[in-house]
Design a protein around this ligand. Structure first.
Ligand SMILES: [Fe+2]
Length: 431
């Protein structure tokens, strides 16, 4: 029998059939789970889940709650399909379940960390420029310097997990190669922290990720910088960059061998269609699987000479579709949970007509981040941005929430400089 009960009525041994909320609003791999200990219940409370459906055939029964028809439960399930379709069934060997990890706590507020993060991002970009140039000229790569810079990146992400990641969105589009290398590293580290990977291992992931495309320095420039589509032969040459990259990293002093796994495996795909080895599933390894997500996300959201970058929420939706074939589905789900549906720095139009910049995630409600409003409902630019939380309820009771995102806008076209709004301005107190 399926019963709907309040979270405070849950007991150890019960089987949750449905968490009764969209999957984006909870940290678990799946809606269905057994309550193994009281900590499992505490996590539900922390995520403000109020009522759940339990299955009394699969777990302990209770005198409380009300039985509900199977049909209603199925209808509820359908309702749970929010902006994105639900996650595919988790593979047989889930590597990371949020239940095992404490929720992330940041020691430094975003506004404070983002200033330091800018310096770290700048250092990382200079590092990549120098190291790729060295590799191009056949010189050895300075592994010790790479480790130092990545140490600073990891420290920044541990102080605040949003700050450095927000800068990966505020990229300027002139030096794609350098920005892309830094962004892949930032995004891989951000996802890695969210997955609960320990610092030492994260640093190896970061070094590998920042140099994941170093093998491209062995690809002839005519192929590497060809503006149009590559021919089949040229693509075969391009594909050698994974092996070249792994070789360069293995030969580099002060770079642990594990880092080479990122260069080697970042183009492997979950279903085995990738290269160079056509590895399948979890045999691609954690570093390869994480960097594939970060690499594709940054590539499809970036403007290039020959194509315009996708808006982030659209890119995430696409990646969600591709998760069935290309990526480890759990990592895509976790990635969306950690960077948000509307990542920091996104320019959004609200249902009030106001336009603003997403400045903070609400990890309990990914569709309702905090926004710094820059243009008021009449389109007039505010003297100073005003911060609003989209979780605020509508005080007139005409609609559930005071403000809701209706669309994302291209920053330049909207006349907004997200970096200026996030980094340089101090917002006025919310009205
Ligand atoms: Fe690559």
């Amino acid at each position: 029998m399926i019963k709907k009960i309040r979270v405070d009525e849950l007991e150890v041994g019960m089987f949750i059939e449905d968490l009764n909320v969209p999957w984006m609003d909870h940290p678990f791999l799946s809606n269905r789970r057994r309550i193994k200990c009281t900590k499992d219940i505490d996590i539900l409370v922390e995520h403000r889940i109020q009522e759940v459906l339990i299955n009394t055939e699969l777990g302990r029964d209770t005198g409380k709650g009300q039985p509900i028809e199977q049909a209603e439960s199925e209808a509820k399930d359908r309702l749970n399909r929010d902006v994105l379709s639900p996650p595919p069934a988790p593979p047989e060997e889930p590597a990371h379940d949020a239940l095992e990890h404490a929720p992330l706590t940041d020691s430094t507020p975003f506004e404070e960390e983002v200033r330091k993060a800018r310096t770290v991002y700048g250092q990382a970009k200079n590092l990549v420029k120098d190291l790729l140039t060295d590799a191009r000229m056949g010189k050895s790569v300075d592994g010790e310097r790479a480790a130092r810079v990545v140490d600073d990146m990891v420290d920044s992400i541990f102080r605040n997990h949003d700050a450095l990641a927000s800068l990966s969105r505020l990229k300027n589009f002139d030096d794609y190669t350098f920005n892309h290398s830094v962004n892949v590293s930032v995004l891989a580290l951000t996802l890695g922290r969210h997955l609960g990977i320990v610092k030492g291992e994260l640093k190896r992931l970061g070094v590998g990720a920042i140099l994941h495309d170093v093998g491209k320095m062995r690809v002839p420039e005519a192929v590497l910088n060809k503006p149009g589509r590559l021919t089949e032969e040229e693509f075969e040459v391009m594909k050698t960059h994974s092996l070249h990259g792994a070789k360069i990293l293995l030969e580099t002093k002060d770079v642990p061998d594990e880092c080479a796994a990122v260069a080697l495996n970042h183009h492997e795909r979950f279903d085995g269609r990738g290269y160079p080895r056509g590895l399948q599933g979890l045999s691609i390894g954690k570093f390869g699987l994480i960097s594939a997500v970060a690499d594709v996300y940054d590539a499809v959201t970036s403007d290039r000479v020959y194509h315009k970058g996708m808006p982030t929420h659209q890119a995430l939706q696409k990646m969600y579709e591709w998760a069935k074939t290309d990526f480890y589905p759990i990592y895509v789900q976790k990635f969306i949970q950690c960077i948000g549906i509307y990542p920091i720095g996104s320019v959004v139009r609200l249902d009030t007509g106001e336009v603003g910049v997403v400045c903070r995630q609400n990890h309990d409600q990914l569709l309702r981040p905090c926004v710094r409003v820059v243009f008021d409902a009449d389109g007039a630019r505010l003297a100073a941005s005003v911060e609003v939380d989209l979780r605020e309820l509508d005080e007139h009771g005409e609609k559930p929430f005071a403000r809701t995102v209706v669309s994302t806008l291209e920053a330049a076209a909207a006349g907004v400089d997200p970096e200026a709004v996030l980094v340089r301005e101090t917002p006025a107190q919310a009205a």
